[in-house]
Design a protein around this ligand. Structure first.
Ligand code: C2E
Ligand code: CA
Ligand code: CA
Length: 755
């Protein structure tokens, strides 16, 4: 599975950090600042050069202004030189022309050779300086003297004018050396001069400063906060003056010069930066979201996978039996139903086998549930080996298993399958360190002939199994149509059975047991018959198992004991008084806690000594519930009732119980007697049983004795009693009495037996 961290590389991870957006903004900010700085720098250069141009042009204007007026004054001086007698009135006229033409003069003066101001125009505003000595200090006198002798004009530099304010005076000598007749002087107020220079410009935009050498001698300023950083100084080329012009712009001018671009560039870039970083943040958010979604999706995927596995586990658990690990009945039935639809399409057959372990209940009861469970697990293990793509094996519950095979070709294939199942039981099962031979009985139903759906098929396989069990164990039965009828009959019988006792439909038949030694009959076995209102006389094989299943056997058994005791009571005082009657008890009857009490009651009610009654139990029943049975049978024995083991030799393999139970009699099973003369092994077994019984002090009955040869064999092996058709079939009491009275038994026996 891909981890979320693997999906996003470390680079991308870093790009997703919010700091990245901040970095982008900072980059833009510094770019903006840098660009702004560069642009401002560039503009400042531009402004500076603009200022230089302004300053140069101002300097040019100032130079021009001074030179023009200096020339004009010289011309006036030259006219006075050529016409020294020019009357004051004419000079004034001339001067007024100048004043009118050039409005920047403060005054035009004529100064005599002793430097005294004599004439001046306009008089009104300059009255105060008439008669004033222009050589008012040493320096001035020297300069004027020099101009007088050289004939060159002299410019004062900025001085404080007597008329007030600062100004300059340009002196042009009238004649050179000894011919000198004073000077024509032009007086200019600095403010006027400066404003003339500024005339074409906006005067409020610049501050003008004039330096003589390095001294600031004049300033014109209409504003206060001139920018210090911006100033430009131009040297002025004026005769006799070493002036420099310093121009400083007003902040307004500088601002006016400034371009809006640096600011706009800055704002734009910052804005762009902000936008970009916001976009980045947004993108990061989206990517983060995406990443989170991806992670959530992966987690969801994982969860889905987990849930699927859990679901699969659950399905498996639901379909599996926990103990055996095999498929359970529900799953099996679903599967079978599916297999049947497939078989229907393919026109194939399906064989369903129901399997029941023989004597399992007995083993389970006697050896414990732990044992039973272990045995079931082992059986399941062996059966499971049969399963493949065609065979499905399941545990049905109890001691029942079921399996089906698909695509069965013919009956031989089914028989082959049954053979394989049988093989599973060939080797003994080692449970709790002891080997046990276990067999199974099988019922088979084949689709489509034995049923068209899973349920019918299962029911019919069950019926077949039931029939097989009836036949004895360790065998199999195929379901046949007749079985169905028998099943219906069985169900009917079961219904009728509920009424049989009330309707008094049961009778006891008696089969005598011959004392081989004495040739007398002193024992009879009571065998029940059911006088069915429609079906006639039914043998116990047809209804005992039904009665056992429904639980009615307890009442029936009680009836048998009562009937036997009544019969014994009836025989009291007759020649049959000494007969002992054996009754058969089934396992279910033994479970009844009241059994002993009931028998005792029956005996006392009829006044019968207990030793007149014998109880036959099969080997199986004996050891089914050892603890419980031992108690019951001991109490019966204490009562004086005889105990016989019926069908001895076919059931339980262990003989240890013979030691523990208070047994009086062994009844060798009919199957050993039937072919005792043909089969050597059976003869050996019978001999062994007889010896064993005698050694334990028990008497032996052989049942199913039909031939003289059998009787001979039994006699020669000192068997105590013989029971069978050879002597008599089971017969009603009256018939028994008749036969006993007439000595019919003895006669037949005498005929057959050479006693
Ligand atoms: P079981 O106790 O082994 O009884 C002997 C059975 O063998 C009887 O069958 C009897 O008719 C039959 N039999 C006797 N001699 C011969 C012979 O020479 N050849 C052959 N082929 N058979 C012979 P039945 O009467 O049909 O009884 C069948 C079984 O039903 C009995 O077997 C017994 O287990 C059971 N049963 C009979 N009566 C009762 C009863 O009152 N209560 C209970 N719980 N079971 C009974
Ligand atoms: Ca019997
Ligand atoms: Ca028997």
């Amino acid at each position: 599975m891909i981890q979320p961290s693997q999906t996003f590389g470390p680079l991308l991870k870093r790009l997703l950090h919010p700091v990245f957006a901040v970095v982008i903004f900072l980059v833009f900010l510094s770019l903006a600042a840098g660009l702004r700085y560069g642009l401002i720098q560039q503009h400042t250069g531009q402004i500076q050069s603009n200022l230089e141009n302004q300053a140069r042009s101002m300097a040019n204007s100032l130079e021009w202004e001074v030179i023009v007026h200096a020339d004009a004054i010289r011309r006036m001086a030259n006219r006075l030189t050529t016409d020294p007698q020019k009357p004051e009135r004419e000079w004034r006229e001339d001067a007024r022309h100048y004043l009118r033409d050039f409005r920047i003069y403060q005054a035009i003066e004529w100064i005599d050779a002793d430097f005294i101001i004599r004439w001046l125009e306009p008089l009104a505003t300059n009255e105060s300086v008439r008669g004033y000595n222009a050589a008012f200090d040493k320096q001035r006198r020297a300069a004027l003297e020099a101009a007088k002798s050289s004939g060159n004009y002299d410019i004062t530099g900025v001085i404080n004018l007597r008329q007030g304010g600062k100004g300059i005076v340009i002196y042009a000598p009238v004649g050179v050396g000894s011919n000198n007749n004073g000077f024509i002087a032009g007086v200019f107020k600095m403010d006027m001069l400066a404003r003339q220079v500024m005339a074409s410009r906006e005067p409020t935009m610049f501050q003008m400063g004039i330096r003589n050498k390095d001294d600031l001698v004049y300033t014109l300023s209409d504003f206060e906060n001139a920018s210090d950083s911006m100033s430009y100084t131009v040297p002025l080329s004026l005769p006799t003056l070493d002036w420099q012009l310093t121009v400083q712009p007003s902040p307004e001018w500088v601002d006016k010069q400034r371009s809006p671009w640096p600011r706009w560039t800055f704002i734009t870039l910052v804005f762009m930066g902000l936008l970009t970083s916001l976009t980045t943040l947004l993108l990061q958010l989206i990517l983060k979201r995406n990443q989170d979604l991806l992670i959530t999706r992966q987690e969801l995927d994982e969860e889905i996978v987990q849930r699927k596995t859990i679901q699969q586990d659950l399905v498996r658990l639901e379909s599996t039996d926990i103990l055996t690990g095999l498929a359970n009945r529900r799953f099996f039935m679903d599967d079978l139903a599916h297999a049947l639809t497939v078989a229907d399409r393919q026109m194939r057959q399906v064989a369903l086998v129901m399997l029941d372990l023989d004597r399992f209940q007995m083993l389970n009861d006697s050896l414990g549930h732990q044992f039973g469970d272990e045995l079931l697990v082992q059986v399941a293990g062996r059966l499971d080996k049969l399963s493949d793509e065609r065979i499905t094996v399941a545990y049905s519950g109890g001691d029942e298993f079921m399996l089906y095979e698909q695509r069965v070709e013919d009956i031989d294939a089914v028989v082959y399958l049954l053979g394989r199942i049988k093989q599973c039981f060939e080797a003994p099962f080692v449970v709790q360190e002891e080997a046990h031979s276990v067999t199974a009985t099988l019922g088979v139903a084949v689709y489509p002939q034995s049923g068209l759906d899973a349920d019918t098929l299962l029911r019919n396989a069950d019926i077949a199994l039931y029939r097989a069990k009836e036949q004895g164990r360790n065998t199999y039965q195929f379901y046949t149509e007749g079985m169905q009828e028998r099943e219906v009959m069985r169900l009917e019988l079961e219904k009728d059975l509920s009424q049989a006792l009330a309707n008094n439909e049961f009778v006891l038949y008696y089969q005598p047991q011959l004392n081989i030694n004495s040739g007398e009959i002193d024992n009879v076995e009571a065998l029940i018959r059911w006088q069915h209102p429609r079906r006639g006389l039914l043998s116990p094989g047809e209804f005992i198992s039904l009665a056992e299943e429904s639980g009615r056997i307890t009442d029936i058994g009680h009836w048998v004991v009562m009937a036997a005791c009544r019969q014994l009571a009836a025989w009291k005082g007759t020649r049959f008084e000494n007969l002992r009657v054996a009754v058969n008890l089934s396992g279910r009857e033994l479970d009844d806690e009241n059994l002993v009490e009931r028998i005792r009651n029956a005996l006392t009610t009829e006044g019968i000594p207990a030793n007149r009654l014998e109880v036959e139990l099969t080997e199986e029943i004996f050891i089914q519930n050892i603890e419980h049975n031992l108690g019951q049978l001991s109490r019966l024995h204490d009562l004086g009732v005889h105990l016989a083991i019926d069908d001895f030799g076919v059931g339980y393999s262990s003989l240890a119980y013979l030691r523990d139970f208070p047994v009086d009699l062994l009844k060798i099973d009919r199957s050993f007697i039937t072919d005792v003369t043909e089969r050597h092994d059976n003869a050996v077994i019978i001999r062994a049983i007889i010896n064993l019984a005698h050694n334990l002090g028990l008497r032996v009955v052989a049942e199913g004795v039909e031939t003289k040869a059998q009787l001979d064999f039994l006699k020669s092996h000192r068997c105590n009693l013989a029971q069978g058709y050879l002597i008599s079939r089971p017969i009603p009491a009256a018939e028994l009495e008749r036969a006993l009275t007439s000595g019919a038994f003895e006669r037949t026996i005498m005929d057959k037996l050479e006693l």
